[in-house]
Design a protein around this ligand. Structure first.
Ligand SMILES: C[S@@+](CC[C@H](N)C(=O)[O-])C[C@H]1O[C@@H](n2cnc3c(N)ncnc32)[C@H](O)[C@@H]1O
Length: 353
């Protein structure tokens, strides 16, 4: 690794050392092993894709075979695990490659090896749906517009703050209609339910209407035996049993939109920054909130343009960025200093290159 220096323009512009941002130049295989053990809460990164472009002579991605490429990625992953806290999380974003007209499934080969050889769990395969994919129309295949973000953890005790993820995904609550539940009441009366079942159905309906009006739930659906199609198997198992036993079942809807494993966002771009593979800040900030505590440390060991750094600081986390390119390290550090959304005087900037 290069000797630690502080460039003139990177001298900390702070008086209050609330958050630290460290940018380190070197091969991440070497640099990762210099980090204190169990110091990282979340590693979120995107290595160079297999045989896509040459970032640097020495960098990863230009191996002759996909297996050699995966071997190199796995080696680095092992060093990363030493720096990760036991409840820490890892996000890897990888792109695929076509060879002889067919997809190589490189990201999935990587994920399988992490699971099989290193024993991690794959918590989610999050799909990034690019709203502005490279506009390349092919004659005999569709335009690729998705990439996986793999969420790995060492066991099921990983840090997780679901409520902090996509907080804007709460459904709008409108005032409940005065006729809420009337149709179900009529259907109960028209049904073949016994007298006792009808009474119980009306009581349950009253309770659900009350819960909607008081804001405890967003809405509900009622299923009545002989009126609605029966519920079948799987997660509906409990409902099927209730419907057969009571003659009805009520499905309560909480109002929070489901937090799904698909994130839609355009590909990132930065004025004046020529880095070819910039993360979309929106995705990174969402994942940082979901998978690391405030004040924790977020690492990107292929930091490129520094999206992970600015995202972490905006979310109140410390950050470490590593890149083999001195030029990218310099640009990432400058980006942090120039981003207007990061309050001046809140970041202690350290650079080693
Ligand atoms: C896909 S880009 C990352 C882009 C980044 N996510 C962003 O938002 O700009 C991969 C980066 O890994 C760097 N790199 C390649 N091999 C490396 C290695 N062995 N150690 C550290 N960095 C490496 C490249 O210089 C490049 O900037």
């Amino acid at each position: 690794m290069a000797i630690a220096t502080l460039d003139e323009h990177l001298v900390p512009h702070v008086t209050n050392h609330q958050l630290t941002c460290t940018v380190m130049n070197g091969d991440c295989n070497d640099v990762l092993s210099s980090l204190p053990p169990h110091s990282v809460d979340l590693a979120i990164t995107s290595p160079p894709y297999f045989q896509q472009r040459s970032y640097s002579e020495a960098g990863i991605g230009n191996e002759d075979t996909v297996d050699q490429y995966l071997d190199a990625l796995i080696d680095t992953f092992e060093s990363l695990l030493l720096a990760l806290k036991p409840h820490g999380n890892i996000i890897y974003n990888l792109g695929d490659k076509y060879a002889n007209g067919g997809l190589m499934l490189v990201p999935y080969r990587f994920a399988m090896r992490i699971i099989d050889e290193l024993g991690l769990i794959l918590v989610n395969d999050i799909t990034w749906l690019k709203q502005n994919p490279v506009p390349h129309q092919f004659d005999r295949r569709l335009t690729s517009s998705t990439e996986p973000f793999f969420h790995f953890a060492q066991d099921t005790n990983y840090y997780y703050d679901r409520d902090a993820f996509m907080p804007d995904a709460v459904a709008q609550r409108s005032k409940p209609s005065k006729r809420l539940g009337q149709r179900y009441r009529m259907l109960i009366e028209e049904s073949d339910l016994s007298q006792w079942q009808r009474m119980a159905a009306h009581d349950a309906l009253d309770e659900a209407i009350y819960d909607v009006k008081s804001g405890t739930i967003h809405s509900f659906r009622m299923k009545i035996q002989g009126v609605h199609a029966p519920a079948y198997g799987g997660q509906e198992g409990g409902r099927k049993i209730r419907m057969e036993r009571d003659g009805f079942t009520i499905i309560r809807i909480s109002g929070n939109r489901m937090k799904k494993d698909v994130i839609e966002s355009p590909v990132g771009s930065l004025k004046g920054n020529g880095h070819p593979a910039i993360f979309p800040e929106k995705i990174i900030r969402e994942l940082i909130r979901l998978l690391s505590p405030e004040g924790g440390t977020v690492l990107d060991h292929y930091v490129g343009s520094g999206t992970t750094l600015v995202s972490a600081l905006k979310e109140g986390r410390n950050c470490i960025g590593i890149d083999i390119s001195t030029e990218y390290c310099r640009a990432a550090a400058t980006r942090v200093q120039q981003d207007d959304e990061i309050p001046r005087g809140t970041v202690w900037m350290k650079s080693e290159y």
